[in-house]
Design a protein around this ligand. Structure first.
Ligand code: GTP
Ligand code: SPV
Ligand code: MN
Length: 649
């Protein structure tokens, strides 16, 4: 039983509010703190202990145990409205807009830590005098100190919500349970959309089984002054801590997305990847889609692209090619495990989409547009005078009689205002079941069979539209060497090209070198069951021409790339070998009815000078960032790549 919170709360804080220890009021108090909602009688000893410890540490005004009902959701929306956190969007059905404190708009990777006994359990050993970029480690002592400096009394005057949630369908053998304790009603409402939340989950825990302990507070600045009472936060002291050994997550200071909806990146990826390593499966930053070809053959594909690089869009793609059908299982996270036949199967552990708003339109992602205009919480988008939302990409929805208010609440004039109307990381939080192309098996407890894994990113130069890895091991090298332009999803500024292996750089729960070794074992796991692992591909929708224009139209046209991938899954000989992998052979990528000015040759060119430099950069990255933790197989793949591109030292 983890005792971290108990340890952090010194005895002086451990005094309960009520002076009597009798059972009087057992059903409406926990350690003397009033319970405003929920029965305490159904709490298992472990759940009760977690609440008791958190209550005594955080000293809330009252405790609300969430049941997940509509009544509760509506009550919390009313509360958020009365506090000025959200405003209604009367143009749509049950949609709301939250404007955050402008200092709390994205994940904060520099303040995210993994706590293990030894640094090398969490992160690779970077070269001397080089800043490690593959995660941050914190010692147990420092984690305790960080908590002690922030949490005692942090919920005074606030309600503490207890949010029992399931990642994956309630009761599925692939699902995992967590409890998030938070002082943010916005977080509760978002968790209700993004996870299966409420009484059914508490009931599952009645056998006193374990769960992931998630403690969250939006915090209060050390000065005591809350800048924006409608969005309390403490950006200066924001910290996100994970302790895989005891399945604990502690997050302080931010109410935004991946910082505060702890089921998502913290649990499903960081803690999830450590559990997956132990249990022999994979927890990945991947969308899952189903694709049916005109002959009626259906395959499922998983794809890892870094944050804000196109997962939601690909997961809901509207094919431009006739006869194809795409269905969506998930847009952000995949948990994948082999079945007894050696078939990799994936579930989406989430229940909703927390998707990037800007760029979403009837032209780019019509299925998202059909999903998000009911029961949706928007954050940091712009609003319109007719009670709707607006963001970059929705230009053609504006008419002369409609005025726009930007994400900061200021008037915004199209063509005149110099700043974006919506924050580039503004998001919609919407129920997955509302997606018109949600797959009929999206909640299947057994998951769906995965036939191919895609890696990709924003590569403005040098990287072709698609290539196939030569082998599983080469595919892991391709994942390990992924790079992409930075986006607004985290605090990085500018469009620098960053390494983002497996699109997991901000989300590894353990040493990246061990992660690669774990991936390498997945081939033998399939072989041991008489099967092969899925084929691996790399895609790049973002290559640009000399004028900085995208070479590829992307979005619905990406079906052409998926079609070629389907043919390769069926082992059609529609490829040619290049130094970096297999690309479509002449005429095997369907370009019928594509706009004439698309330069396919440039899209697929593999410039030697570029790849020589890329190989150098990869070598430097591995040497500086991964060092002795790099598996020999991956170092070997780099040497093989160098040989193929004609590298001489
Ligand atoms: P996270 O939720 O942060 O993990 O991101 P995501 O990978 O789901 O990204 P998303 O699909 O929301 O895309 C982010 C941005 O990329 C949006 O502004 C899209 O319009 C843009 N985008 C997506 N697909 C394409 C494409 O095929 N071509 C181009 N040019 N842009 C795209
Ligand atoms: C990402 O940044 O990859 C997201 C959004 O999916 S957040 O939930 O904020 O992490
Ligand atoms: Mn994501």
């Amino acid at each position: 039983m983890p005792e971290l919170i108990e340890k952090v709360a010194p005895t002086s804080y451990m005094t309960s509010k009520c002076t009597t220890t009798s059972n009087v009021g057992l059903y409406n108090h926990i350690r003397g703190f009033p319970v405003s909602n929920g029965e305490t009688g159904v709490l298992s000893p472990k759940v009760r202990a977690f609440i008791e410890q958190s209550v005594m540490l955080c000293q809330p005004e009252q405790i609300h145990i969430c049941d997940g009902s509509n009544r509760e959701y509506n009550m919390l929306l009313r509360l958020l409205y009365s506090q000025g956190t959200i405003t209604p969007l009367p143009k749509y059905e049950n949609c709301w807009l939250a404007r955050t404190n402008p200092a709390d708009v994205a994940r904060v990777e520099s303040k995210t830590f993994i706590c293990t006994p030894h640094r090398e359990d969490s992160i690779p050993t970077a070269k001397e005098n080089v800043e490690g970029k593959l995660g941050n480690w914190i010692s147990e002592k420092d984690m305790e100190a960080a908590m002690f400096n922030r949490f005692p009394g942090c919920m005074r005057g606030r309600t503490m919500y207890v949010v029992p949630f399931s990642m994956g369908p309630v009761g599925s053998s692939l699902s995992k349970i967590g409890i998030e304790i938070t002082d943010s009603a916005y977080v509760v409402c978002s968790m209700r959309i993004m996870t299966r939340m409420g009484r059914a989950v508490l009931n599952l825990l009645r056998d006193n089984s374990d769960f992931v302990r998630c403690l969250h507070s939006v915090g209060t600045p050390a000065s005591g002054k809350i800048e924006q009472p409608s969005w309390p936060c403490d950006p200066e002291r924001t910290i996100i801590l994970h302790k895989p050994a005891s399945n604990e997550i502690v997050s302080y200071g931010s109410g935004y997305g991946g910082n505060s909806l702890l089921g998502k990146k913290c649990f499903a990826l960081r803690i999830g990847s450590t559990i997956a390593k132990k249990e022999g499966w994979l927890a990945e930053h991947m969308l899952i889609l189903g694709i049916t070809n005109p002959e009626g053959e259906k395959r499922y594909i998983a794809a890892a692209f870094p944050s804000a690089c196109g997962k939601t869009n690909l997961a809901m793609l509207t094919p431009s090619l006739p006869g194809y059908k795409v269905e969506c299982i998930g847009d952000d996270i995949a948990w994948m495990k082999y079945d007894e036949k050696g078939q990799l199967r994936a579930i989406n552990p989430e229940n909703g989409f927390f998707g990037v708003a800007p760029g979403t339109s009837d032209q780019t992602n019509p299925n998202a547009m059909k999903t998000i205009f009911k029961n949706t919480l928007f954050t940091n988008v712009a609003s319109t005078s007719d009670g709707g939302v607006y963001w970059e990409g929705m230009e053609n929805t504006l008419t002369d009689n409609i005025s726009v208010t930007d994400w900061l609440g200021k008037p915004w004039i199209p063509g005149v205002s110099k700043t974006p109307a919506a924050h580039p990381n503004s998001r919609f939080c919407t129920p997955a079941e509302q997606c018109p192309i949600i797959d009929k098996d999206w909640e299947s407890p057994d998951g769906v069979p995965i036939s191919a894994i895609l890696f990709g990113g924003r590569r403005p130069a040098g990287v072709p539209l698609v290539y196939e890895a030569f082998s599983w091991q080469h595919g892991i090298f391709v994942g390990a060497t992924m790079r992409s332009e930075a986006t607004a999803a985290a605090e990085h500024k500018g469009k620098i090209i960053m390494n983002d292996p497996f699109a997991m750089r901000p989300f590894f729960g353990y040493n990246f070198g061990s992660y690669l070794k774990h991936w390498l074992t997945m081939e033998a796991r399939a072989n041991a069951r008489g099967a092969q692992p899925p084929k691996i591909f790399h895609v790049n929708w973002f290559r640009k021409d000399a004028n900085g224009k995208f070479l590829w139209p992307g979005y619905g046209e990406n079906i052409r790339v998926l079609e070629w991938i389907l043919k390769r899954i069926n082992n059609e000989p529609c490829y040619e070998k290049t130094p970096i992998g297999y690309i479509p052979s002449e005429n095997s990528l369907n370009t019928a009815q594509l706009k004439k000015d698309i330069n396919i040759d440039e899209l697929f060119s593999i410039p030697k000078v570029f790849w020589l430099k890329e190989a150098d950069d990869i070598k430097q990255y591995f040497d500086e960032q991964v060092g002795g933790d790099l598996p020999a197989e991956i170092a070997h793949e780099l040497n093989e790549l160098k040989k193929r591109i004609g590298y001489s030292e």
